[in-house]
Ligand binder design. Structure first.
Ligand code: APR
Length: 252
């Protein structure tokens, strides 16, 4: 495992740092990750709760999960110090964009100004018929009366603005993320198992484009072999210390 200082000195040399994050960066906000022993997918079968075909067949499955799991969680979580640390690194001038697989909106809540949400956001629900958008609270209110929820405007079907399994990612969003990966000179991957594609292609694309790659993750990942630096620690512990060291070095 590499030490923090070597990562910080490499970041100090970078001119276009991009962060690539997964569920692990939100774990210390209380949002369960998907995989691993306490992973969400151990409790809820993603083929039932997060698959577009099943959502189309049996939308009530998803909406009950939304009402009982997603909504209460998103309503109470806050960004943690790992999210705020990325905002600090952005202020220091190196970090240009956060590419995230997360749908929790916590990077924006923490103040990151450029966030690419590869898998969409759970914070927006829209009507498949008239495209009217609704907030989490509005839909939670509708769910009190009817499941699956119907659009108050046109009685059309509602869906979350997330990418379900079995759906393609938005090509424009994916291309902008690939472009960032190709042009960055440092990719900081934080809190992802790096097993879900095409998102997990981002670190490889950055590496192929000549960028330095650092992976901060509690456990090993299949891409550790290609990384210049690997730190197997909690993001909420490592990133604030990284910011501290960056500030000390830049004011030094
Ligand atoms: N700090 C750093 N890493 C952590 C922490 C933490 N506090 N807690 C957990 N981790 C690590 C875990 O070891 C794991 O490797 O975060 C990783 C989370 O991996 P996943 O649960 O697979 O989440 P992610 O990589 O974001 O999944 C990608 O899969 O189900 C889909 O769409 C979903 O966006 C998600 C995608």
């Amino acid at each position: 495992m590499d030490d923090l200082e070597s990562v910080v000195s490499a970041i100090m040399k970078s001119r276009h740092l991009v962060a690539f994050t997964g569920a692990g960066i939100s774990a210390e906000s209380g949002i369960p990750t998907y995989r691993g022993k306490d992973g969400l997918w151990n409790k809820y079968d993603p083929n039932l709760y997060a698959n577009i075909n099943y959502f189309n067949q049996e939308p009530s499955y998803y909406w009950n999960f939304f009402r009982e799991v997603r909504y209460p969680l998103i309503k109470k979580v806050q960004p943690n110090q790992a999210h705020f640390a990325l905002t600090e690194i952005e202020k220091e001038g190196n970090l240009k964009t956060v590419i995230t697989q997360n749908i929790d909106g916590l990077h924006q809540e923490a103040g990151s100004s450029s966030v690419i949400e590869l898998h969409g956001t759970t914070r927006v629900i829209y009507c498949l018929n008239c495209s009217q958008e609704y907030s989490l609270d509005e839909v939670f209110y509708i769910l009190e009366k009817e499941i699956p929820p119907a659009c108050p405007e046109c009685k059309g079907r509602l869906r979350p603005a997330v990418v379900f399994f079995g759906e393609p990612l938005d090509p424009q969003i994916l291309n902008s993320a690939f472009k960032e990966a190709e042009t960055c000179d440092f990719l900081l991957a934080v809190g992802s198992s790096l097993v879900v594609h095409p998102a997990a292609d981002i670190p490889r694309i950055a590496k192929q484009g000549g960028a330095t790659l650092a992976i901060i993750n509690k456990e090993g990942t299949p891409l550790d072999y290609m990384a210049d630096y690997v730190i197997n620690e909690k993001a909420g512990k490592v990133l604030p210390r990284m910011v501290q060291s960056l500030k000390e070095n830049s004011s030094g």
